[in-house]
Design a protein around this ligand. Structure first.
Ligand code: PLP
Length: 370
């Protein structure tokens, strides 16, 4: 018997996760110096972590022999204040929001249950679905990448357990309207998960809807605007009855004491958050107005670019050779072969992106004229 056959058959469907490339990889692959490489492929906070969070890590380092609080109590208290929700509605999760998604899957879906995923979107929903023996039902978006509410509602069956929505959507950047969200939440007989990983970069959020429905869960993370991607911390806002059940399956101590301390401090550093958001807002306008390819409107700290007539693989490789790491979306289900995603950088980095992308664009145009 082959040992491979012992694995769950559902796992055979999982495509290997391809993250954005690291600086080390680029330096090894191309002849560029590490100092000149800019990493705009993973939507991290370009300003780095909050200095307050770094201090918190240092001050906690002498007690890492002690288990943290079992459910990250201190962080849940801080999040309660930050979100204006009672503690009964909030869970802190590790590793990251991915951990929240996994725990919900383990709590909610059984073998052959279905989850609805409008594509293209964040890949982890389907990875978690396959690993939990659920069947992802992929629904196409409208041509502007907004969700197709009717298609989502039509995809619901008696086996549907969760609809995954992402607002702003990764990789396309648009928000889900309150009207569309309410329509879906009210029409379905299952849970709706709204991923708000990038919500601080947008003007509005949908978290208050948790007060109106008993089937809505909001997912958030410390990996993006809060600049703590390496610490792997997320959180969820959900109905109190669901939190009680969730805590039964959530592994205890899933966030380290250092993580809890750093996250509490990052939440308190409003100045750092405001500066990060301002930088992204300014940057996405600049990129939209100056890149010669089509740039989609974004409410997040990245923009999606249509590289037609070149395919995204060519363009992202051309940028890599020039020391700029972006995300080629062709490995994202439903994204096709002509989209790249670029994290908003510092003003200087954005200028370099515009400069290099436009050189690539002009080369094509010139070639065409010959
Ligand atoms: C980055 C990201 C997450 C979560 O990341 P974690 O690091 O696991 O907290 C979730 N959803 C989307 C859309 C993301 O881009």
């Amino acid at each position: 018997m082959k040992m491979y056959d012992l694995l769950k058959s559902s796992v055979q469907n999982i495509k290997e996760y391809k993250p954005g490339k690291s600086i080390d990889e680029i330096v090894a692959l191309y002849d560029v110096s590490p100092d000149s490489v800019i990493k705009l492929g993973s939507n991290e906070n370009i300003l780095g972590p909050s200095p307050k969070a770094i201090d918190a890590l240092h001050s906690h380092s002498k007690t890492i022999n002690i288990y943290p609080s079992v459910d990250a109590y201190e962080l849940v208290c801080a999040l309660s204040e930050y979100t204006n929700f009672p503690k009964d509605n909030i869970v802190a999760s590790g590793p990251g929001m991915d951990g929240l998604i996994d725990n919900l899957m383990r709590l909610i879906v059984s073998k052959d249950d279905e989850v609805i995923i409008p594509i293209p979107t964040f890949i982890y929903y389907e990875i978690s679905a396959f690993s939990n023996d659920a069947k992802p039902i992929f629904v196409e978006r409208n041509s502007d990448f907004s969700i197709n509410v009717d298609a989502i509602l039509n995809a619901e069956t008696s086996k549907t357990k969760i609809v995954f929505l992402c607002s702003p959507n990764n990789p396309s950047g648009e928000l889900i309207s309150e009207k569309d969200a309410r329509k879906i939440i009210e029409s379905v007989n299952c849970f709706v998960f709204i991923d708000e990983a990038y919500i601080e970069f947008a003007e509005s959020n949908l978290s208050d809807l948790v007060k109106d429905y008993d089937n809505l869960i909001i997912g958030r993370t410390f990996s993006k605007v809060f600049g703590l991607a390496s610490l792997r911390i997320g959180y969820g806002i959900m109905p109190a009855w669901l939190k009680k059940e969730y805590m039964k399956v959530s592994p205890p101590f899933s966030i380290s004491g250092m993580g809890i301390n750093a996250a509490v401090s990052a939440l308190s550093d409003t100045e750092h958050v405001v500066e990060s958001v301002e930088l992204s807002k300014r940057g996405r306008e600049y990129l939209k107005n100056n890149i010669l390819f089509k740039v989609y409107e974004s409410m997040a700290n990245f923009v999606m670019v249509d590289t037609t007539p070149l395919n995204s693989k060519e363009v992202s490789e051309a940028l890599l050779k020039r020391g700029i790491i972006v995300r080629d979306c062709s490995s994202i289900r439903g994204a096709g072969d002509f989209l790249i995603r670029i994290t908003i950088g510092t003003d200087l980095q954005n200028e370099r992106v515009v400069d290099e992308l436009n050189k690539i664009y002009k080369e094509i145009i010139n070639l065409k004229e010959i």
